[in-house]
Design a protein around this ligand. Structure first.
Ligand SMILES: *[C@@H]1O[C@H](CO)[C@@H](O)[C@H](O)[C@H]1NC(C)=O
Ligand SMILES: *[C@@H]1O[C@H](CO)[C@@H](O)[C@H](O)[C@H]1NC(C)=O
Ligand SMILES: *[C@@H]1O[C@H](CO)[C@@H](O)[C@H](O)[C@H]1NC(C)=O
Ligand SMILES: *[C@@H]1O[C@H](CO)[C@@H](O)[C@H](O)[C@H]1NC(C)=O
Ligand SMILES: *[C@@H]1O[C@H](CO)[C@@H](O)[C@H](O)[C@H]1NC(C)=O
Ligand SMILES: *[C@@H]1O[C@H](CO)[C@@H](O)[C@H](O)[C@H]1NC(C)=O
Ligand SMILES: *[C@@H]1O[C@H](CO)[C@@H](O)[C@H](O)[C@H]1NC(C)=O
Length: 505
């Protein structure tokens, strides 16, 4: 359902305008990390060079003609150029992911020396510019060979293989990497990849409108969610046993979280919103804190929800040093009665939840709206419901058409409003310690391919040289970080005119 409500949109616009007070970089702690992000498949390209083998994401994108990451930004060859622009932008940290099949082409076993060298060089380049690497191990791109061999994440065997991959990364890169995210947006990977079939490996129960070659939307998302938690916990345990004393880093899990707010002021919608928080976030966060799933999930999903053994529960509990939050927009939640005719084999993540999501515009990525107070409420929710864990905001940004305008004022306003919202949450006690704009440069996007992009830098994908050009947002971020820009509206106007005087593609 995609109801359109003019009333709520106007409400958001009004709330948005008066939302933030003026602030500067100096209002944040000195050791707070500001950066920007990419991921391997979306940035590196060079998919069949130097020994890399396909991941499920390669296979998925090649199953249709909506674009792929074969070349992407060619970060594999242009990493020095990109680290230079990251340094010139004044970013304090850079988030990227390691391609499992570039490092260990068979999914397990021998290390690919050229893959190893690439990541060592990238990390060295970052360090030599004083930029903190923030590394994700699994960003949708697990080995196709493991999917073929035993079904990938639906099989527990992957826990051992993932842990061995993590072991190699900790051992080889851990002297220079202090921040590790095991799994990128674990909840949405399980929902998108195994209930809806809209991202790799594209599993679902086929319906009239969606066709998947394999899968079971009523069982697999929960099996995968369980295995992701166990794999995360296993890698984290390994780090604590073998590396933490010497390397002194931290290991976290990340989840995707929309802001969730009731569609009407009815009791039903209010309860549905609490349920939605439990299903989206509590699914992963509650086990990390207390070793078990939320009660409402156990009730609604029943026997299809895996059960933690006592030992698993102990291992998962407390296994995250921080929570990674990936957040873009806020949506309305309305109660939906579970359809009585639904047999368990017909259900999926959304029918189990008993709520429906209503986007403020429509569901397409390009119409995600700026709702800064929704971001603050997510940070508050995590603080209040899960013992105020350290948080790194691993992705936040605004998608816009990938056209040629470098004057992305809308993005500048979005980012400054969201940073302001985060500051409000921090002032109210949230232990948020870092913030990454998605994305450093335009990338091959998970849902939107090359049509919509989030970059601080424009990438000309038709240019054989894939030329990068700074957008207004890059200039804003630089000024904010070097303290020459206070966040007040006049500065944006001046920045816009300074920028248009100096920019060209
Ligand atoms: C999904 O798995 C459940 C439990 O094994 C089974 O009862 C159901 O028939 C399966 N559904 C489909 C569509 O295969
Ligand atoms: C679900 O199970 C019922 C009864 O076993 C069966 O009639 C129906 O075809 C199944 N649906 C799917 C999608 O497998
Ligand atoms: C959603 O909004 C976008 C941008 O405003 C528009 O291009 C697209 O056609 C809309 N999609 C639907 C299904 O209405
Ligand atoms: C600030 O934190 C307190 C304590 O957690 C909470 O009760 C209050 O609602 C928060 N304020 C806002 C504006 O979120
Ligand atoms: C992108 O590159 C192509 C090929 O070099 C060029 O023709 C085009 O003008 C460029 N587009 C922009 C917006 O710079
Ligand atoms: C700060 O950033 C702005 C870009 O917004 C740039 O013009 C200026 O030179 C930078 N100043 C310093 C001291 O780095
Ligand atoms: C814009 O340029 C003027 C003149 O060079 C400079 O004084 C001012 O700080 C700049 N403003 C911003 C926001 O970059």
């Amino acid at each position: 359902m995609q109801k359109f409500s003019l009333f709520f949109i106007s409400l958001i616009i009004i709330l948005g305008i008066s939302y933030i007070d003026a602030f500067t970089r100096h209002d944040f702690p000195e050791d707070f990390l500001f950066g920007a992000a990419t991921s391997a498949y979306q940035w590196e390209g060079a998919v069949d060079e130097d020994g890399r083998t396909p991941s499920v994401w390669d296979t998925f994108t090649h199953s249709d003609d909506k674009g792929n990451g074969d070349i992407a930004c060619d970060g594999y060859h242009k990493y020095k150029e990109d680290v230079k622009l990251i340094a010139e932008m004044g970013l304090e940290a850079f988030r990227f992911s390691i391609s499992w099949t570039r490092l260990i082409p068979n999914g397990r076993g021998p290390i690919n020396p050229k893959g190893l060298r690439f990541y060592k060089n990238l990390i060295k380049e970052l360090r030599s510019h004083g930029i903190e690497p923030h590394v994700t191990l699994h960003h949708y791109d697990f080995p196709q060979s493991l999917e073929d061999e035993y079904g990938g994440w639906i099989n527990r065997k992957i826990i051992e293989d993932f842990t061995a991959f993590a072991d190699v990364c900790f051992r080889e890169f851990g002297d220079d990497v202090k921040f590790w995210t095991t799994i990128d947006e674990a909840n949405v990977f399980a929902i998108g990849g195994y209930s809806q079939g809209i991202v790799g490996p594209g599993h679902c129960t086929s319906t009239k409108s969606v066709k998947c070659s394999t899968g079971n939307s009523s069982t697999e998302p929960y099996i995968v969610g369980h295995n992701l938690l166990l794999a995360h916990a296993s890698a984290s345990k390994l780090y604590r046993l073998k590396y933490k004393t010497k390397q002194r880093g931290s290991v976290g899990l990340s989840i995707f979280s929309h802001g969730l707010t009731p569609y009407t002021n009815s009791k039903d919608d209010e309860i549905a919103t609490e349920r939605a928080k439990d299903f989206f976030c509590g699914w992963m966060l509650k086990p990390l804190v207390s070793g078990d799933y939320p009660e409402v999930m156990k009730r609604n999903v029943g026997l299809r929800l895996p059960v933690f053994t006592e030992q698993e529960s102990e291992q998962v509990k407390g296994s995250s040093d921080f929570v990674g939050i990936i957040h873009y927009t806020t949506v309305y939640v309305t109660n939906s009665k579970p359809t009585p005719s639904l047999l368990p084999n017909d259900s999926n993540f959304f029918t189990d939840t008993g709520f429906e999501i209503i986007f403020t515009g429509n569901a397409s990525v390009s119409s995600w709206k700026s709702v800064p107070w929704g971001f603050e409420s997510v940070l508050e929710y995590v603080k209040q419901s899960y013992n105020n864990p350290p948080i790194y905001v691993l992705e936040n940004g605004l998608p816009l058409e990938h056209d040629t305008t470098l004057q992305d004022s809308e993005r500048v306003e979005y980012i400054q409003d969201y940073i302001g919202a985060m500051l409000n949450a921090i002032k109210n006690g949230s232990d948020t310690r870092g913030y990454f704009v998605w994305s450093v440069i335009d990338l091959f996007e998970l849902l939107a391919g090359y049509e919509t992009s989030f970059g601080l830098y424009f990438v000309n994908f038709s240019d054989p040289g894939l030329k990068r050009s700074p957008k207004l947002s890059a200039s804003w971020y630089t000024g904010f970080l070097n303290g020459t820009i206070d966040v007040v509206p006049q500065d944006i106007l001046q920045l816009e005119s300074n920028f248009s005087a100096s920019s060209s593609l």
